[in-house]
Design a protein around this ligand. Structure first.
Ligand code: AMP
Length: 315
């Protein structure tokens, strides 16, 4: 099944210890579309300004992304700039967010768009996320949402309203704590699930992800990398792998969710190896499959067999 995604397509300016990039292709929906395009069809709903380079549209098309919902308006493309100050790249500060053409974006979904079974509400204004969800012909089989502190702080009520209607919520660790008003992650996840979502994915950068799915918890590590160039887009690439797997297999069992989280981690790990879409946009299926196999190897161990116990000490 294919996925409909609404979110930002942006020009990002980022500064990391490995270097900086000005006005490079970014945006939550852009990273998500590229990442999920390796596994299933994806239709992109977003707006860009008249400064948006046509070569970026062609790049998305070359990945099979349906760009018929990518509107071009007069004005400037969404811009975001951020800086990663420390070597460990775990903390990022936003320097500037300019909504530009997104301030007036109000898409009218086509009949085909309204019929998608999988919907991803990528990081963007929660009012826009709510509007798109409300236009779906019937409740999609799976609706997932990502957001960030900009909206948690600026549009908390609207965000609460849309979160109460989704199945899966993706947030990073700091955002989950802020949204839930709770410093403990397990309690924060429980709080979020009480608002509506059946599953919560808490992204913890180089410490991996925690997937809370009903009563079960799954912890996936981050794929260990020697070089991380730019973490921007890792969360959206994670979501692209996660949703791409679920939509392609339509396996919504707990095991399906776990595999989806592992594939999400693999896709996030590719994204951070270079700036912008320079790595996530140039993968082969073989690259992805080999890393997925390696990921299983580094994260699995033999559980206790029936009747087997752990060695006991002398006390
Ligand atoms: P991630 O690193 O996965 O959180 O995603 C970063 C991407 O989100 C960047 O490419 C930005 O263009 C985009 N972004 C940053 N702030 C916002 C915002 N307030 N709304 C929508 N997209 C944003």
């Amino acid at each position: 099944m294919s996925i409909l995604v609404v979110g930002s397509v942006a020009y990002d300016t980022v500064d990391t210890p490995s270097g900086s990039r000005k006005d490079s292709l970014g945006g939550s929906a852009m990273y998500f579309s590229l990442s999920s395009s390796y596994f299933t069809g994806v239709s992109l709903l977003a707006v860009v300004g008249d400064d948006f380079d046509q070569k970026h549209v062609r790049m998305l098309e070359s990945h099979g992304v349906d760009v018929s919902g990518l509107e071009r308006r007069s004005g400037k493309t969404f811009r975001w700039s951020g800086v990663y100050e420390t070597e460990d790249l775990n903390t990022r500060s936003t320097l500037d967010t300019q909504l530009n053409v997104f301030a007036e974006f109000s898409p009218k979904l086509t009949d085909a768009q309204r019929r998608h079974d999988y919907l991803f509400l990528a990081n963007i204004d929660p009012e826009l996320q709510l509007d798109v969800l409300g236009q779906m012909e019937s409740r999609p089989r799976l609706v997932a949402l990502d957001s960030m502190n900009f909206w948690i702080e600026g549009k908390k009520n609207e965000l609460n309203a849309v979160i109460s209607k989704v199945d899966v919520l993706f947030l990073d660790e700091g955002e989950a704590k802020e949204f839930a008003g709770q410093a403990n992650l397990v309690k924060a996840a429980r709080h979020i699930m009480s608002v509506g979502p059946k599953a919560v994915v808490i992204k913890r950068g180089e410490h991996g992800v925690l997937l809370f799915n009903g009563d079960s918890i799954f912890a996936a590590p981050a794929f260990p990398l020697e070089t991380v160039v730019d973490p921007t887009g890792a969360g959206d690439s994670f979501a692209g792998g996660f949703m791409g797997y679920l939509a392609a297999t339509d396996d919504l069992t707990p095991d399906g969710y776990r595999r989806a989280a592992a594939l999400g981690s693999v896709m996030g790990s590719f994204c951070v190896e270079d700036f912008s879409a320079d790595r996530i946009g140039h993968l082969s299926h073989n690259d992805i499959e080999s890393r997925f196999r390696e990921f299983a190897e580094i994260s699995s161990f033999i559980p206790l067999k029936e009747g087997e116990t752990l060695p006991k000490g002398h006390y």
